[in-house]
Design a protein around this ligand. Structure first.
Ligand SMILES: [Zn+2]
Length: 134
């Protein structure tokens, strides 16, 4: 990210984001670097951590807040459906001019075509008895 991200919890700039894996789950923390202290000849880094959530990229979500989109981790299979729901709902809340609406419409048409293509391919694979994944 070129811009400094702002912590969604406390509003302070995020120095870096820490990813911690505990018991197979991923947790994200915004780390605020507060300088260092010297004690007994030792230099210790002073940091404050804000919990961002399990598998939720909330620090990115902040950028999408006006559209009501909450980015979810890769584990949630239905995330695309949730994004789409949030997007559809946002259309009633955000004022859009005609050129923007036309642009969105064109993108959705293109998306619909691609999705139909994917679905057809998957259907062909299923008919052919080819197992997915593995
Ligand atoms: Zn914070």
């Amino acid at each position: 990210m070129s811009e400094r991200s702002v912590c969604p919890r406390c509003g302070a700039p995020i120095s870096w984001v820490e990813r911690q894996v505990k018991g197979g789950r991923v947790y994200y923390y915004a780390v605020h670097y507060l300088g260092y202290t010297k004690s007994g000849g030792k230099i210790r880094k002073k940091v404050r951590r804000c919990y961002l959530g399990p598998e939720a990229y909330e620090y990115v979500t902040r950028l999408h807040r006006d559209l009501g989109i909450v980015l979810e981790g890769a584990v949630v299979d239905r995330r695309v459906v949730h994004y789409l729901d949030a997007f559809v709902e946002s259309l009633s809340r955000v004022e859009l001019d005609r050129p923007t609406l036309v642009e969105i419409l064109n993108k959705l048409r293109y998306l619909a075509q691609r999705l139909e293509g994917y679905v057809r391919k998957l259907e062909e694979l299923e008919k052919g008895g080819v197992t997915k994944g593995g």
